[in-house]
Design a protein around this ligand. Sequence first.
Ligand code: NI
Length: 174
Amino acid sequence: MTIRSILTEPNKILRQVSKPVESVKKEEQKLMDDMLETMYNANGIGLAAIQIGIPKRIIVMDISRNEEEKKPMYFVNPVIDNKDKENITYEEGCLSVPNYFAEVDRPKKCRVQYLDYNGEKKALVADGLLATCIQHEMDHLEGILFIDYLSKLKKTMIVKKLSKQKERPDRIIV
Ligand code: NI
């Protein structure tokens, strides 16, 4: 497994719409392994392939937050076919929008159809944190970031600050 570098906003690649996977083969499984390793390394609970620059509809997640007992989840070509009318609010962050958090409302429950790590068809009813996390990750597949839900003013401020962070040279301590 290889830790890949995570793209951060502003970056045009993050705005691409990812393409469906034809079938889950060794190549996709290797990608999912790398994504999971990259996600754990960055202390994230979810990662979409586009965040490491690969425009495929693949997501990995682990919301267990348990070092000893990891519970990785893999979603290939996920589709939401049912959403709750009731919303829930979480303070969201994103590995592609480092150091910023904001409250986002999303449907509390949703049903997702997808292919798993072995390419088998699965369906899942997600609730609470799991539902929010899946919806956040599925937004990445459409080129959407959580900051897109904020006011224009707030979003512009965040993107400006992120751009400045990028311009700074790497800090080295020798
Ligand atoms: Ni994200």
